[in-house]
Design a binder for this molecule. Structure first.
Ligand SMILES: C[S@@+](CC[C@H](N)C(=O)[O-])C[C@H]1O[C@@H](n2cnc3c(N)ncnc32)[C@H](O)[C@@H]1O
Length: 258
């Protein structure tokens, strides 16, 4: 997905309104980020983010994110050297999921948990704080993996296992619980995810929880009629402001008819 698409869908990053004529394609940026030493990526994240926590649904979890005080909040998107920085935002779907886990620690306690599309890693961190037996944070962006490691440290927990391969469509491994925060933002991704979740549930009886603030792409997807609401949260005012028009975020459990 291009930066301008993120901006149109979420209007969270206050980056310039002109369409991004990226001289460096996303794929090249992905390749570039995999060549940069992890220490350099780590330093880059620390230098270009701020520790945030209080104005989210989970004030007990601290995260390094973009804020208006950060250079890239205002800078031209093409200056950003890595793939789109989804991990620098704590998305409303992930916030609801993490809140739900922390309110109901038994859901993750003792479980093998996969946070797919983990971004900043907040849902994985919440699962770890609840006493999960093993937590895997999976994101195809290796900068997101580094951000997750930094955020684990910030919250005083050991690093969760971070995987950066694309698991969607792969042979399902055994997870008791799969977490998906704000992952239904693209139709092709959502369709592939839907099929793969069915095979995970079929093979391993995995529980699947989805956090989403009611985005159109999610509301209109076929998976929606197979979901049961588990909890709904009113988003903090600042999160509402950044996500124009979204006021609540819901956690759903997927109950397919397989
Ligand atoms: C909207 S963000 C949500 C991040 C986080 N779950 C949250 O709620 O804060 C979507 C994330 O999914 C990741 N992503 C996209 N396609 C993916 C895939 N096939 N496998 C794993 N992660 C993916 C992106 O890199 C991005 O970090």
């Amino acid at each position: 997905m291009k930066l301008h698409t993120i901006r149109n869908m979420y209007t969270v990053l206050h980056w310039r309104t002109q369409r991004v004529a990226e001289k460096v394609s996303c794929t090249n940026k992905q390749r570039f980020s995999s060549q940069v030493a992890s220490g350099d990526i780590s330093r880059f994240i620390v230098e270009n983010t701020e520790v945030v926590g209080d104005d989210t649904l989970t004030p007990e979890i601290k995260l390094r994110l973009f804020t208006p005080n950060c250079r890239f909040w205002h800078a031209k998107p093409e200056l950003w050297p890595f793939p789109e920085p989804y991990w620098a935002i704590y998305w409303p779907g992930g916030q609801a999921l993490a809140r739900y886990l922390l309110n109901n620690p038994g859901v993750a306690e003792g479980k093998k948990v996969l946070d797919l599309g983990s971004g900043c890693g907040a849902s994985a961190i919440a699962a770890n704080l609840c006493g999960a037996a093993h937590v895997v944070a999976n994101d195809i962006d290796n900068v997101a993996a580094m951000a997750t490691i930094i955020n684990c440290e910030l919250n005083g927990i050991g690093p969760v296992e971070c995987l950066t391969d694309n698991m969607i469509g792969s042979q399902p491994k055994h997870y008791d619980l799969i977490l998906l925060g704000d992952m239904f933002y693209d139709e092709v991704l959502a369709d592939g995810l839907h099929r793969w979740l069915d095979s995970c549930i079929n093979t391993h009886g995995t529980t699947v929880l989805i956090g989403d603030p009611g985005r159109a792409q999610f509301e209109e997807h076929g998976i929606k009629r197979l979901l049961r609401p588990m909890a709904e949260f009113e988003l903090p005012e600042s999160v509402q402001r950044e996500n124009h028009g979204l006021t609540r975020s819901t956690v759903w459990r997927y109950h397919p008819k397989l």
